[in-house]
Design a protein around this ligand. Structure first.
Ligand code: UDP
Length: 234
């Protein structure tokens, strides 16, 4: 498949059209941003690591019956995916308190939640991705209630699959963010799943092995991403 026109460049990825309208190429970047892109930097080899981690996790989810946009890994930094009409709702699932939840409700980080917590955020940078609920989604016409039921069901299933998978390699899945889109009338999981979009803590030491190392200037960022990849491949 031939890579043709660049049609979107985001903070961590570039999207290219191909000679087939239903397929696009997702290219990962080393750039990292945090706090509404007020903090910027690069993480060496992040693109390569995240492409590999995401490819492995999409394949795992597909094997468990979750439909995703993933087709195949094309190169170190590129993945062939199905073209999606992205739904502007970011789905967050949390198993342990951290980040935005701790701030919102003033609760300390690291509290294991009784059951997984699902949140929606409106994907709109200008508004700083505000927390929204099903009624806002309906009011804004972002997705139908039938689509949202699918998205919710997929998200909780993905949480169980990933929690189990990461648990087996000594990682706690604290929280993560998902994006979904429409492709030929079906809802597919899109975007990426990586230490950029998940919080992962070492089971024994609680060491952070994710983007919080960048957000909070904890150092050894690339090493943490490499460690996640190493465990996934183990
Ligand atoms: N997240 C993400 N993109 C965003 C916001 C959050 O991938 O634009 C991920 C983040 O890495 C974490 C989870 O979603 O794993 C929950 O993030 P949170 O709401 O706590 O916000 P943050 O603390 O990252 O600002």
């Amino acid at each position: 498949m031939k890579k043709t026109k660049k049609f979107y460049e985001g903070k961590a990825k570039i999207m290219y059209e191909t000679d087939k309208p239903d397929f696009v190429i997702q290219e990962f970047k080393d750039d990292a941003t945090a706090f509404d892109a007020t903090k910027r930097g690069t993480i060496k080899e992040k693109s390569v690591i995240n492409n590999e981690i995401s490819s492995a996790l999409f394949q795992l989810l597909e094997s468990k019956g979750i439909p995703t946009h993933f087709v195949k890994k094309l190169s170190d930094r590129e993945m062939l995916v199905k073209r999606l009409d992205i739904i502007l709702v970011e789905v967050t699932i949390r198993n342990i308190s951290a980040g935005g939840l701790s701030k919102l409700l003033s609760i300390e980080e690291g509290i294991v939640l009784k059951s997984p917590l699902l949140e929606y955020h409106y994907k709109k940078d200008e508004l700083h991705d505000p927390l929204i609920n099903d009624y806002h989604i309906e009011m804004l016409g972002l997705a139908t209630s039938k689509e949202m039921k699918k998205i919710r069901d997929y998200s909780f299933s993905i949480n169980e699959i990933l929690k189990d998978f990461f648990g087996k390699v000594g990682l706690k899945l604290v929280d993560f963010k998902l994006e979904f889109g429409r492709h030929k009338g079906k809802i597919l999981l899109g975007d990426e799943i990586s230490p950029d979009t998940c919080r992962l803590w070492d089971k024994k030491t609680n060491e952070k092995l994710d983007k919080d190392r960048f957000r909070r200037d904890l150092g050894r960022i690339e090493e943490a991403y490499q460690e996640v990849l190493k465990r996934i491949k183990s």
